[in-house]
Design a protein around this ligand. Sequence first.
Ligand SMILES: [Zn+2]
Length: 243
Amino acid sequence: MRAIVESGYRVITVRDYLASEQSPPFVILRHDVEWNSRRAQDIANAELKLGLRSTFYFRVNTRAYDIPLMLQLQNEGFEIGYHYDTLDRCNGDFDKAIALFEEELSRFRRAGVNVYTVCSHGNPRVRKRGYQANYDIFKKDEGLKRRANILGEAYLDLDFSAVKYLSDAGIRWNVGLTTKQIEALLRTKEQPALYILVHPDYWSRSWIRALALKCATRGIKIFRINNIIAAIREYSNILSKTR
Ligand SMILES: [Zn+2]
């Protein structure tokens, strides 16, 4: 974040990017909140200290769904959006997935969260039958975007040829660089426009959790990250009881 600010990039939300022409240099900063809203809060606090406002997309069917936090972040100037995976959860049934999408989107809005953009969740462990990605609901139902009254979708409406996309989706940077190297890349100011995805759940202050995340990047097929974390939590509970 400091590298972004010190290099003179303007941080914008997905909504900003879709709403009007943006002059470079800028960084579209996006967070997908998957499991734990507390970690989103930590990231938001760090951004607030630097005067940044990004976009947070929240899952509905996990502990990420934290309406009080969403309202607080919205008040602080962050963009809040819906991180949907309804095709995965409806086993590829488009009619059910579209209905569930609309129902969940209205849940956000009824709670007072102003959703302007939405973002597809990708889970490589879910077998996709008859579709490629959760955002296929917008390809199948061309009227959905208008009916849902949204500005756009964080994958479908982004021009990926015009921005450098950096993502930590695999618990490592997609471009094969370390975080230090990403910092160096930002400081060269060579990229006029970047789109950066940071998952709050993949970052930690606690070394033990950071280590578990690192293990998960090496053997994600063997171990499931949540199982590792649960095991560590249990182990540290045992330790604290025996102390
Ligand atoms: Zn996701």
